[in-house]
Ligand binder design. Structure first.
Ligand SMILES: [Fe+2]
Length: 593
């Protein structure tokens, strides 16, 4: 039985396909369309999924859409009516979108896939999130918490999963949303909403949470973990282009200008900005003020999430928790939930945001609707497209690109470990690309984490990105506790997916300067030989050569672009940057100097 799950028309569009409950393929549309956060109908991702399954749309048994379009329309109409006439513009723009796309989801699916209406199911937004975590977790019973911007009406939901059954018993409704609260600060700090949230998280350690009391003026939490926003400070419920209003500005001061470069005395002045300005110290102070605001919203977000998880733990008495929704990508909050909420185990799958709804919708239909037993567990993130040696070779020879073909995988790994030891920055392209927003060793840029200058080198030469962009350590799993303070969390799933932040052990801080954040923490990825044999092999060799089985990993893309998908994308990124080497399967390309 083949089931295709689809999410689109809101944030990140994606498709995922199951065969008899086993995931075959899953991918975000942006990887193919090259439009970052593409939310359009995921025609390319669907085509890829069908090809992986070796079937056509007509062969599908069911197609499941990740939410109910009419319920979302109901939410928009209701909130528009409450805030009319300010909301007229948002209403008009939403209606154009609804009439063009969303209400016709079923007809679009029928037309695109050649299937009949009876084969189409609609899940609920938060149910899709919940299913995307619980139904591919290793847990038979678990509490479930989903938190995001806004789904249909709901902004958070919690409940329990038992075997194939999911019961979401408590909900929070729009406009009371942790995701939208965080996004309001994302906008205030000069970043794009739905894109810059990780930058706020990255900025936070450079500041002191001195405005926590002010942030708590915007939100109140109840003893059971639920919360409400004071809507007098926001306008996202009636505006298409503004998240916060004048009262918010009166509380926090002027917003940070959108194009203002970020640096503080602890980051130093980024080399790619050129010469230091004469008012460098004054500019540092201004940025520190905004970093304090970032630290404050990050702290309150963590406190709210810990409060929600604590409430859920108390109510259910369960010790295992599955989380999903965009807020599940807040790695610092995940760490605190695991440490403080009373749960012993936490499962998050790598596409925790809306793209993951495609997977969740398909799993929900197979297990919860059709009653099939569970057998799939997500142990890795490599569900995207793969390119074989012949395809890579055809690309390189077709484009006349000078390369060396290693005679074996071992030779390739030896050479790449040698590049890293010799301070080269390497574009690493191997196997199927990752599901979700993190590069986890299939489409990554790699470097030596022991070199204190490497962070700046990668930022300046490769990414042209801001100093708060986190560079993560990928560590051979069995060595993780040696380098990082994991308090028994080493085996936990969020670490596989780079969704956990923890201090670097004092004894090894000098070994890992390029992946240690200003506050002494790192966003760790544990790498297992069974799931990632090539990436593990490389880290192992680097460890043999240097004594440190850890590499610096950052996503293989340039600023503002989706992570690379094809050999052509990878080569283009390599050519437009100052990356030293590119590794495509067993093919090695060194930049001519
Ligand atoms: Fe969502």
């Amino acid at each position: 039985m083949h089931i295709l799950g689809i999410s689109c028309y809101y944030h990140d569009a994606a498709a995922a396909i199951l065969r008899d409950g086993q995931l075959l393929a899953a991918a975000e549309e942006e990887r193919f369309s090259r439009v970052k956060h593409d939310f359009a109908f995921p025609a390319n991702a669907i085509k890829f999924c069908l090809e992986e399954a070796g079937i056509t749309g007509r062969d599908l048994d069911y197609v499941v859409f990740f939410e109910k379009p009419f319920r979302k329309l109901d939410r928009i109409l209701a909130s528009v009516l409450q805030t009319y006439p300010q909301s007229w513009k948002v209403f008009r723009e939403s209606m154009i979108g609804w009439i063009l796309d969303k209400l016709w989801v079923a007809s679009t699916l029928q037309a695109e896939l050649g299937i009949s209406r009876e084969k189409i199911f609609f899940s609920d937004h938060h149910l899709s999130h919940a299913a995307s975590a619980f139904l591919c977790s290793p847990f038979e019973d678990a509490a479930i918490l989903t938190v995001d911007g806004v789904g249909e009406w709901l902004t958070a939901a919690c409940g329990v999963g038992h075997n194939t059954d999911i019961k979401l018993t408590k909900h929070l409704e729009f406009p009371h949303s942790l995701g939208l609260l965080y996004s309001a600060f994302t906008a205030f700090l000069g970043f794009e909403v739905n894109e810059g949230e990780y930058k706020v998280m990255g900025m936070a350690p450079y500041g002191t949470p001195r405005y926590v009391d002010k942030v708590w003026k915007l939100v109140q939490q109840n003893p059971d973990g639920s919360f409400s926003l004071d809507m007098d400070y926001f306008c996202f419920h009636y505006s298409t282009d503004r998240m916060f209003n004048r009262r918010f500005v009166n509380l926090f001061g002027d917003p940070r200008p959108a194009n203002m470069p970020f640096f503080t005395e602890s980051t130093g002045y980024p080399r790619y900005l050129g010469g230091k300005p004469s008012d460098y110290i004054a500019q540092c102070r201004v940025n520190e003020h905004y970093a304090d605001i970032a630290a404050s919203i990050q702290r309150v977000t963590e406190d709210l999430l810990v409060g929600m998880a604590k409430g859920l733990q108390k109510e259910t008495g369960l010790k295992k928790l599955c989380m999903a929704g965009g807020v599940g990508l807040n790695s610092v909050a995940n760490t605190r939930i695991l440490r403080e909420s009373g749960f012993d185990e936490l499962f998050i799958q790598p596409a925790a945001g809306d793209s993951g709804g495609a997977l969740g919708a398909a799993l929900w239909a197979y297990h919860s609707v059709l009653g099939n037993p569970r057998k799939f567990r997500m142990d890795h993130a490599y569900w995207g497209q793969e390119f074989g040696g012949d395809e890579i070779k055809a690309f390189l020879t077709g484009q006349n690109i000078a390369h060396y073909q290693a005679k074996s995988t071992d030779e390739m790994l030896d050479r790449v470990a040698g590049y890293l030891v010799n301070a080269k920055v390497v574009g690493w392209f191997q196997g199927r690309f990752e599901w979700g927003p993190r590069a986890l060793g299939a489409r990554s840029i790699l470097a030596d984490p022991r070199n204190p200058a490497m962070k700046d080198i990668v930022n300046a030469k490769i990414k042209f990105r801001e100093p708060y962009r986190p560079f993560a350590p990928s560590v051979a799993a069995e060595c993780a506790t040696k380098y990082f303070a994991l308090d028994g969390a080493a085996q936990q799933y969020p670490l596989r997916y780079m969704l956990y932040v923890t201090p670097v052990n004092d004894a090894h801080r000098n070994d890992l300067p390029a992946v240690t954040h200003v506050d002494g923490t790192a966003r760790v990825q544990t790498v297992y030989r069974e799931q990632s044999p090539l990436y593990y092999g490389l880290i192992e060799r680097f460890g043999q050569a240097t004594g440190v089985p850890v590499v610096l990993n950052t996503s293989f893309n340039l600023r503002g672009e989706p992570i690379v998908t094809t050999p052509a994308n990878a080569f283009s990124t390599f050519s437009r940057s100052e990356m030293d080497c590119l590794v495509l399967g067993n093919f090695l390309i060194e930049k001519q100097t």
